[in-house]
Design a protein around this ligand. Structure first.
Ligand code: C5P
Length: 202
């Protein structure tokens, strides 16, 4: 759950607007149903639900590492984290001083965690999230197949009631057979339940 932070120096980082609400809602509902839950989360201001084992991380690489530590144990992996796709090529040990008018930051690609998990899926259930600003269904379908997912929960950032920080979401669930289920605006907690229902069906 949550965003990742990619450090530029001890003071600054690159991140995104994820608040972790969707992932924490799923963890809450899963533990309520009796699951053993590891909540591997980037920095958020949320409190981990009771009964959930919180594993806090910062960077995408750290998230990848912690997921791999628990992957064997998992029957279900739900990746709702907004993982940063790129990280600074160099993390400076000291605060970068301002000097020239222009500062160029070199970024290198982070591992695509879900893609890596998809390669070693076995009989685990793998669920992804996709936030798009255009061609929602087309892009999401491509991700289901590329990342070898059971289904993906896709939302359009520009739809009212969807996206970062809200208590609601408006999503489409797209499975590996290409079925598209369009859901109305609903509370993230209700969506969490619905996602778990879909997983149980599988
Ligand atoms: O390709 P895209 O970033 O849109 O895919 C989104 C899905 O992939 C989400 O489930 C997200 O958690 C996961 N992801 C990942 N590692 C990345 C980027 C995204 O696991 N580096």
């Amino acid at each position: 759950a949550g965003p990742t932070r990619e450090a530029i120096d001890p003071v600054r980082y690159i991140s995104n607007h994820s608040t972790g609400k969707m992932g924490y809602s799923i963890a809450y509902k899963a533990v309520d149903r009796g699951a053993k839950v590891y909540l591997i989360s980037g920095p958020t201001s949320l409190k981990a639900p009771e009964g959930v084992q919180l594993i806090p991380v910062n960077s995408a690489r750290e998230m990848h590492e912690k997921i791999m530590e628990h992957y064997d144990e998992a029957d279900i992996v739900i990746m709702s984290a907004a993982v940063a796709d790129y990280a600074p090529a160099i993390t400076h040990q000291q605060k970068v001083k301002k000097s020239d008018e222009k500062l160029i930051l070199e970024l290198v690609k982070n591992p695509d965690i879900l893609y890596e998990l998809g390669k070693i899926k076995g009989d685990k259930i793998l669920v992804g999230f996709a936030m798009e600003t255009e061609n929602l269904v087309e892009n999401a379908k491509e991700k289901v197949s590329k990342k070898n997912l059971d289904f993906i929960v896709a939302n359009d950032l520009f739809t009212e009631g969807a996206g970062f920080g809200t208590d609601t979401n408006v999503v489409k669930i797209i499975d590996r057979r290409g079925n598209v289920e369009s859901l109305p605006k609903m509370a993230k907690l209700d969506l969490a339940d619905l996602i778990l229902d879909r997983i149980i069906k599988l």
